[in-house]
Design a protein around this ligand. Structure first.
Ligand code: FES
Length: 128
């Protein structure tokens, strides 16, 4: 069910269905919640005509983290990264990136790009 609200010169549709509201707002369904666990999940997606790869994992707290799969160190893909605690470790030189993107074992390393996600209705959604 949805409600239609009309302002002076535009109409806005507000949905009471949380999935429809996310889709309408431009969120992208990235993975099923059941796919994301205590191992690195690699997901490809398309946005604005470009293909991207994301790493997803579930922290010990249960929260889901998503990160660009390109390592900021030398721009290698981290598709084979492994989970160490709540961080991902790049397979090339071993830099470890925590859930905020900060590198945990190299002081001056550039941070990884964390993707804004939300978990609801059985899916992990990527922000617009
Ligand atoms: S390319 Fe990832 S740590 Fe060097």
């Amino acid at each position: 069910m949805s409600l239609a609200l009309r302002s002076l010169d535009e109409s806005v549709v507000v949905s009471s269905d949380p999935v429809q509201a996310l889709v309408t707002a431009g969120w992208l369904r990235l993975a099923r919640s059941t796919e994301v666990g205590r191992a690195v999940l690699v997901k490809q997606f398309t946005r604005d005509g470009h293909s991207w790869t994301a790493l997803l994992w579930r922290m010990r707290s249960g929260a889901v983290v998503a990160m660009d799969a390109v390592c900021p160190h030398r721009r290698y893909p981290m598709s084979d990264a492994r989970l160490v605690g709540d961080a991902v470790e790049c397979p090339i030189h071993g830099y470890r990136y925590g859930p905020t993107g900060r590198c945990l074992n190299m002081r001056r390393a550039a941070p990884a790009r964390v993707l804004k996600v939300r978990e609801t209705s059985g899916y992990v959604w990527l922000a617009p």
